[in-house]
Design a protein around this ligand. Structure first.
Ligand SMILES: NC(=O)C1=CN([C@@H]2O[C@H](COP(=O)(O)OP(=O)(O)OC[C@H]3O[C@@H](n4cnc5c(N)ncnc54)[C@H](O)[C@@H]3O)[C@@H](O)[C@H]2O)C=CC1
Ligand SMILES: O=C([O-])CC(=O)C(=O)O
Length: 348
């Protein structure tokens, strides 16, 4: 467990983001990395593309959306960093936008408004993710796919089923981005306990909606003690943090800036591992074996091929076990819904 904590704390993407704010001297390997952002003109897509454009880990940045990418691309292309920017707009340029990409990040789709659950986005976003996954299966089937579009609990199974249909599925390559839950947990725990937030690390497992978000507060690094009251209040806040932002934005969408940060952190960690860095760990939602549901978020060890292995949930408390039991019921339904959509509804 100590090893896992150390790994999580050293989570590369996070350190890179912190250092990027100060200078651009982060080293990268000779591998050419091409990152495609699908939904690049959106609330998440634009700041995420900016962070990617700043990174020396990115050689080519491909921007795709159904609208406005030409402007976003022209704007970003003037920044004095090495990533070459290309912009693609509209369905007819979807395949071109993916050519040669080894990492694809997907924040395409509609966000929540107050009163909605993430599952309420399913009807619109399921088809968007399935269409993009179909194009990935045809154009860059070996790419690592980072899915931000909600409901993540279902969109990851959707993308995976599409890959299976095309005979190119690998559980190493389809990843649901739950990093914002970890980022929030780190912030809230550090605030409550007066810790240095840059050295605080909280694993979050399960899925990415309400009760399926399970922070493992017994595994916080550095070790801290919580009262039962604190445990319950913190868990609730972490689980509802997305809704906190949706309500504060009052109809203007959901988290975008913190999600762009989290998405960049996740992508940087993957890119570092692709470039050969050892011991890179991030939590993520992937197809799981030996866990209670067929997809589950855990700390993941990244390697040159994407997910090297799941590090599991480790030793958990009775309180956390109960949270997982609640999560599993909802997760199973979310997964089933995604699988059914591809196999019974989606027919492209
Ligand atoms: N995984 C996570 O932790 C988080 C996930 N999200 C999710 O991310 C998604 C995007 O959120 P925002 O950027 O705020 O929404 P937004 O509405 O600002 O941007 C979405 C973008 O997707 C584009 N788009 C729509 N259909 C498309 C298609 N078929 N192909 C390519 N692009 C398409 C739109 O033109 C728009 O530019 C939502 O589903 C939201 O729920 C948001 C925050 C956190
Ligand atoms: O809450 C939402 O709809 C967006 C999201 O997933 C998050 O902020 O965690």
């Amino acid at each position: 467990m100590e090893a896992l904590k150390t790994c999580l704390l050293k989570s590369s993407g996070r350190n890179l983001l912190i250092s990027l704010n100060r200078q651009f001297s982060v080293s990268s390997s000779n591998n050419a990395n091409k990152v495609a952002v699908m939904g690049a003109s959106g609330g998440i897509g634009q700041p995420l593309s900016l962070l990617l454009k700043q990174s020396p880990l990115v050689d080519h940045l491909s921007l795709y959306d159904i609208q406005h990418t030409k402007g976003v691309g022209a704007d970003l292309s003037h920044i004095e960093t090495k990533a070459k920017v290309q912009a693609f707009v509209g369905q007819e340029q979807l395949h071109d936008s993916l050519a040669g990409a080894n990492v694809v990040v997907i924040p395409a789709g509609v966000p929540r408004k107050p009163g909605m659950t993430r599952d309420d986005l399913f009807n619109v976003n399921a088809t968007i993710v399935a269409d993009i996954a179909t194009a990935i299966a045809k154009v860059c089937p070996e790419a690592l796919v980072c899915i931000i579009s909600n409901p993540v609990n279902s969109t990851v199974p959707i993308a995976s089923e599409i890959m299976k249909k095309h005979g190119v599925f690998s559980p190493r390559r389809i990843l649901g981005v739950t990093t914002l839950d970890i980022v929030r947990a780190n912030t809230f725990v550090a605030e409550l306990k007066g810790l240095d937030v840059t050295k605080t690390s909280v694993p979050v497992v399960g899925g990415h909606s309400g009760n399926t978000i399970v922070p493992l507060l017994s595994q916080v690094s550095p070790t801290v003690q919580f009262t039962q009251e604190e445990l319950e209040a913190l868990t609730k806040r972490i689980q509802n943090a997305g809704t906190e932002v949706v309500e504060a934005k009052a109809g203007a969408g959901s988290a975008t800036l913190s999600m762009a940060y989290a998405g960049a952190r996740f992508a940087f960690s993957l890119l570092e591992a692709l470039n050969g860095k050892q011991g890179v760990v991030e939590c993520g939602y992937v197809a799981a074996e030996g866990l209670e549901t067929s997809y589950f978020a855990t700390p993941l060890l990244f390697g040159r091929q994407g997910v090297e292995k799941s590090l599991g949930v480790g030793k958990i408390t009775d309180f956390e076990q109960k949270l997982i039991q609640v999560a599993v019921k909802e997760l199973k339904a979310n997964i089933e819904k995604g699988v059914k959509f591809v196999n019974e509804v989606y027919n492209k």
